[in-house]
Structures are given as C-alpha cells and as structure tokens.
Design a protein around this ligand. Structure first.
Ligand SMILES: Nc1nc2c(c(=O)[nH]1)N[C@H]1C(S)=C(S)[C@@H](COP(=O)(O)O)O[C@H]1N2
Ligand SMILES: [Mo]
Length: 229
C-alpha cells in the first residue's frame, strides 16, 4: 500500500511525463494548425496580421461574371507567354515551390464595397525572372477560366512587386474567390484583381479588358474616376 506522500510523488511524475510527451510530440508546434475529429490537419483563418484586423472571409463580398469556376488542382497549368525569352507552363505545385510573400492589402470594388485581407503568393517579378521579359514589353494581360480578362502596365506590376495570391487570410484561396490564383492588384479597383487566372500574356500594345471595354477606367486607380472620360 502506498502512503499519501508516495501517491502524490507518483501523480506529479506521471503528469510531468505526459506533459513532456505532448510537448515533444510536435503536435503543438504550429499554432495555425488544429487536428479535427477525422484526424486531418485544418488550417485556421488568420484574423490579424502585423497588428491590422482582417475582414473574415465569410464577411468578404465576392463578384464573378459567370459564377464560381472550379479548377482541378492536379490538371491546372499557368501559362506565361508573349514577349518573354522563355515561355513557361507551371503546375500548382511548381507555383507553391517558389519563395512566397505575405502582405496586408485592401481590396476595393469600384462599386463601393471592400475588405482588408492578408494575401500569400508569388510575385510576378519572381516568375518574370525565370521567363525573362523583352525590352519592348509594356503591358501584361491576365486571362481567366470564366472568359474574363484584364490588362495592367508592366511598370506598375514590376515597380510595386505585385503578386499572384494562392492564400487568403492564411487559407488556400476558396473556389469562389479564384482558386488557384487571384491577382493582388494593390491600389487598383477590384476589376483588375483577376481570379481563376489560367494564362498571362506579355505584350507591347495597350489592352482593354472585360469591364474596361464596358467603359470602366483602364488605369483603375482606387480613389480615381470609375469611368474613362
Ligand atoms: N475571372 C474573374 N475575375 C474577377 C471577376 C470576374 O468576374 N471574373 N470580377 C472582378 C471584380 S469586379 C471584383 S470586385 C473582384 C472581386 O474579388 P472577390 O470576388 O475575390 O471579392 O474580382 C475581380 N476578378
Ligand atoms: Mo468589382
């Protein structure tokens, strides 16, 4: 029979060993991941980044000319072509393998709604470093799976180190939000933030995209005029 003092020592030892096992097992290392009841790791949505409050994805509005596009991750390829030295086709895995960037950027639709979010992805400069860009290039066109397209000046993309996001608030971009890629066109109205991007063309001619051809401003600077005059 154990006396009370021995029982207490045994209890403390047992608790200490259990704590050591839990803490050293690695399952508490990443605070972003929780394990659900079926044993799969689930990534938690971020709510703050660099001290700034993020709009929850469920409260972010969404816009699409033809509804949600569902792109198969395994069959997906991003094509980069036109005035480049080496055209490329990148799989989703290849995109994720590039060094990533994470930023706080606000998205403002020209219609007056917007949201604050944290975006993670790969910069166009990183990809252009691999393809090379011809000196005569002036414009980059983004084509999407729903037939949408938009163009931006090469200088704007290069100087602002604009990125293609594959994560939103630390979560893989949901299908309705443009999986696998949305352009994070900082300081430009939402219609420049192409979703479901399948190809990128580098050209030396100005381009008029989907909403731009309906009269919306091609420079699309947030705070500037919505329509071309
Ligand atoms: N492919 C595609 N991209 C698109 C659109 C679209 O209809 N199709 N709508 C644009 C507009 S007008 C806005 S405001 C933003 C909205 O982005 P969100 O749906 O992620 O909020 O997506 C832009 N990108
Ligand atoms: Mo928009």
């Amino acid at each position: 029979m154990l006396n009370a003092k021995k029982q207490k020592v045994l209890l403390i030892r047992t608790v200490s060993i259990l704590l050591f096992l839990i803490l050293s097992s690695g399952c508490l290392e990443d605070p972003q991941e929780i394990v659900n009841t079926s044993g799969e790791a689930t990534v938690l949505e971020a709510s703050v980044f660099e001290g700034k409050t993020l709009t929850p994805i469920s409260e972010q509005r969404n816009n699409a000319i033809k509804g949600t596009q569902y792109i198969d991750r395994d069959a997906y390829e991003l094509r980069i072509y036109g005035l480049v030295d080496s055209p490329m086709s990148l799989s989703y895995e290849q995109l994720l393998a590039y060094p990533s960037d994470t930023r706080f950027v606000r998205m403002d639709c020209v219609e007056g709604w917007g949201f604050d979010a944290m975006w993670t992805g790969v910069t166009l400069n990183t990809l252009f470093n691999d393809t090379g860009v011809n000196d005569s290039a002036t414009t980059v066109i983004f084509y999407s799976a729903d037939g949408y397209s938009t163009g931006l000046e090469l200088d704007y993309l290069v100087e602002n180190d604009i990125m293609l996001a594959y994560k939103l608030n630390n979560v893989t971009l949901p299908a309705d939000r443009g999986f696998p890629l949305q352009l994070v066109a900082e300081d430009k109205y939402g219609y420049k933030w192409a979703k479901w991007i399948t190809s990128i063309e580098v050209t030396d001619e100005p381009y008029v995209g989907y909403w731009e051809s309906a009269g919306y401003s091609n420079s699309a600077d947030v705070g500037g005029p919505a329509f071309e005059r």
